[in-house]
Design a protein around this ligand. Sequence first.
Ligand code: G
Ligand code: G
Ligand code: MN
Ligand code: NA
Length: 255
Amino acid sequence: RQLANELRLALNSNQLQLHYQPIVELATGNMAKAEALIRWQHPVLGMISPVEFVPVAEETGIIIELGDWVFHQAARQAAQWRKLNHPDFQISINKSPQQFRDKGNDISQWLDHLRSLGLPGQAIAVEITEGLLLDASTTVTDKLLEFRDAGIEVSLDDFGTGYSSLSYIKKFHVDNIKIDQSFVRNLKPDSEDLAVCEAIIVMAHKLGLKVVAEGIETNEQRALLAAAGCDYGQGNLFSMPLPVEKFKTLLSSQE
Ligand code: G
Ligand code: G
Ligand code: MN
Ligand code: NA
């Protein structure tokens, strides 16, 4: 496919960038982490959404190379921000299920890279979706264990939209749950969505997990989630995903 060839080129010609969206500690307002979200600035077509090109990368196997690129960028960025007054800063990257099924894509290279940057595993978290755990082969299980052993946190993204089985979470050593934005969007006092969020938070905490609520756009949503004991929040109320320089300015303004 044409787009696949162009994506291969884009990887080697600076057309891809990571944007960063803060993940805020709700109790303190501290910007403790960020999620890295990939962007493609195409010379002719303009900005192409990952919703369009990530599936192409997955179908063609380019996702492996793309995933390595994302990891290297994110690690380098984490190293910089950790040196600039944010010693515990963590960057969360999204991983497609395909990146787990490829046996050749060994995480030992990633760990070597972290070591060469002087970074502990905690500098990076990987976001996976529930579907991955559902048809988990031993390859997937083994890779999640490798992450755990390396101190790389695992976050379950879009939680609540799939099977939401908490037994999986226990079995697979997930560190964080990200409540899907569909539960946050219409959050009101006494709403069913609030009941769902509260139940997720209580169960997650009993299993020793931290909770991130996604898609927070209003102070009311933030206050309801904070009152429910949610650990972290992410969404346009705090900031949209930003290019590196803008994110850095935001980070410095919080010092
Ligand atoms: O921020 P945005 O609306 O563009 O993100 C759209 C989707 O693209 C999200 O579901 C997000 O998880 C996914 N995505 C963004 N960056 C990456 C990436 O680096 N790898 C993978 N696999 N998915 C990504
Ligand atoms: O699927 P994943 O959770 O990785 O991707 C998060 C998606 O949500 C990205 O596309 C990101 O740009 C988008 N996003 C982040 N914050 C908000 C928000 O407050 N409102 C809306 N509508 N989308 C958001
Ligand atoms: Mn995500
Ligand atoms: Na999500």
